[in-house]
Design a protein around this ligand. Sequence first.
Ligand SMILES: NC(=O)C1=CN([C@@H]2O[C@H](COP(=O)(O)OP(=O)(O)OC[C@H]3O[C@@H](n4cnc5c(N)ncnc54)[C@H](O)[C@@H]3O)[C@@H](O)[C@H]2O)C=CC1
Length: 235
Amino acid sequence: MEIELKGSFTDLRKALFQLNTKDASLLTTAQALLRWHDAHQFCSRSGQPTKKNVAGSKRVCPSSKIIYYPQAPTRISIPSSQMAPVVITLVSDGTRCLLARQSSFPKGMYSALAGFCDIGESLEEAVRREVAEEVGLELERLKYSASQHWSFPNSSLMIACHASVKPGQTEIQVNLKELEAAGWFSHDEVATALRRNNPYTQQQNGTFWLPPKLAIAHQLIKEWVEKPSCSTLPA
Ligand SMILES: NC(=O)C1=CN([C@@H]2O[C@H](COP(=O)(O)OP(=O)(O)OC[C@H]3O[C@@H](n4cnc5c(N)ncnc54)[C@H](O)[C@@H]3O)[C@@H](O)[C@H]2O)C=CC1
């Protein structure tokens, strides 16, 4: 069936009623993206036309170099009043948890896996996609833990989850475009790191350390240390 995506809301609603859930979801996502591109044709700083990338996932101003994402503008140079949803997930195999680091992290710091939600995705889909993209794992169970507003470098709503993988399906493939390193850490290793979590001394002696208490990543890791079964319990 052909559908005019630029039609009125009533046209769209009529079309949606004729579709199955998957096609309806694709259609609303496509329509939201088209509307977003239509409304962001010019840079709010330079006034120049912005250019869409090939995938249609962002627009860039060739003059100011500002990148516009459908979720929220993200460059530090534009203080954003919009908030972008970000999922952060601590994956466990029952006895160990998966921690990773990016090259931009302070030396020795490891954290849970995080990533921006794409337009049209549910939180569950975003968690599964991010984990698959970053370390190549398929998740079994997912459990919401908590959320946090995070202002660095721009407003994000962090949505934190515990997740588990199927027993025996723990081999990871680290996506080196996104991460510098990732690995499984035992309960003892993580519990010890939490107890001595002083970034200054740990950067000196080369041991790994965890995000500070104010970060939801820390809370997620602490929750798992206190109750390693939390990722496999029913939601
Ligand atoms: N409070 C906490 O415990 C933690 C907070 N975070 C925050 O979560 C956010 C995401 O984490 P990472 O993916 O590791 O960040 P990141 O900053 O490495 O971003 C990854 C990629 O996402 C793209 N991106 C940037 N802004 C975007 C937006 N608004 N919409 C869509 N794509 C965008 C960029 O191409 C970037 O290369 C960051 O703001 C980070 O500060 C991350 C880990 C722990």
